[in-house]
Design a binder for this molecule. Structure first.
Ligand SMILES: Nc1ncnc2c1ncn2[C@@H]1O[C@H](COP(=O)(O)OP(=O)(O)OP(=O)(O)O)[C@@H](O)[C@H]1O
Length: 236
């Protein structure tokens, strides 16, 4: 199996408004992919559809399995901990993950949380926005999944920590797993991206390997991304 994700003719409407229309997208195993697009383009919606949390028309197969109810077992998604009370300790949250996800690796979580310099005896209510995001990253990457969906994982994290996490993300990704990262700090994640997927005009506006962008257009990912909004370069 070389494809971890195969989406065919996916359409999603919310309150009669079409958010995504006729989306086709195939992702291979073992890649790091940047999911880029403006606010409201539909990146989070696409991730929720992949995990089975939202339902559209069309088909989504994860690891060849198109039963939406099975997707959460293959996909590790940055969930926002809203279901936990503020007085819940981080180690209790990890215990919950261990119970719910058989692929949750407790030792890996300990390593990640140490790397991220978080004290697991802290309660969720005592965490800053960035600290909470670090916990979410640790919980998400502690699973041994085939597909990781990281939805703006670094937005509240200070720039020093962000650079440190981004540069070591390859270390935490199982070799044959694929990781999709949505982020507005394009220049910071660009160096680790194998491919770029751009969501625009209710669909996948472009899907290209990073090398192809550099070779074809002679520019970096950030310049390419910005040029799509300025109508400067051709794309497919
Ligand atoms: N449950 C919902 N309730 C209300 N609006 C929704 C819902 N789900 C999706 N939308 C709408 O879908 C569109 C896409 O939103 P989405 O959060 O997927 O965008 P995004 O690309 O992730 O944006 P951002 O970069 O700001 O996070 C928006 O217009 C949003 O208002």
């Amino acid at each position: 199996m070389t494809n971890v994700l195969a989406i065919n003719q996916l359409t999603y409407k919310h309150n009669l408004k079409t958010i995504l229309k006729d989306v086709d997208l195939t992702l291979e195993t073992g890649k790091i992919i940047g999911l880029l697009g403006e606010n409201g383009a539909g990146k989070t919606t696409l991730m929720r559809l992949i995990t089975g949390s939202a339902k559209g028309s069309g088909t989504i197969a994860v690891c060849g399995d198109s039963v939406a109810a099975h997707h959460k077992s293959h996909v590790s998604f940055t969930e926002q901990l809203r279901g936990f009370k503020p007085n819940t300790r981080i180690d209790r949250v990890a215990n919950f993950y261990r119970t719910v996800y058989p692929d949750f690796d407790g030792q890996r979580f300990e390593e990640l949380i140490t790397f991220l310099q978080i004290d697991t005896s802290l309660k969720l209510g005592a965490l800053s926005k960035g600290m909470k995001e670090k916990v979410v990253i640790a919980l998400t990457l502690a699973r041994q999944a085939q597909l990781y969906l990281l939805d703006e994982p670094f937005s509240g994290i200070d720039s020093m920590s962000r650079k440190r996490i981004i540069s070591s993300i390859i270390k935490w990704k199982p070799e044959d797993a694929t990781m999709v990262i949505s982020d507005h700090y394009v220049s910071e994640i660009a160096p680790i991206l194998d491919e770029v997927v751009i969501v625009k005009d209710q669909g996948i506006y472009a899907h290209k390997p990073s090398d192809a962008i550099r070779e074809e257009f002679g520019i970096g990912i950030e310049a390419y991304y910005e040029s799509l909004y300025e109508g400067g370069v051709k794309h497919d």
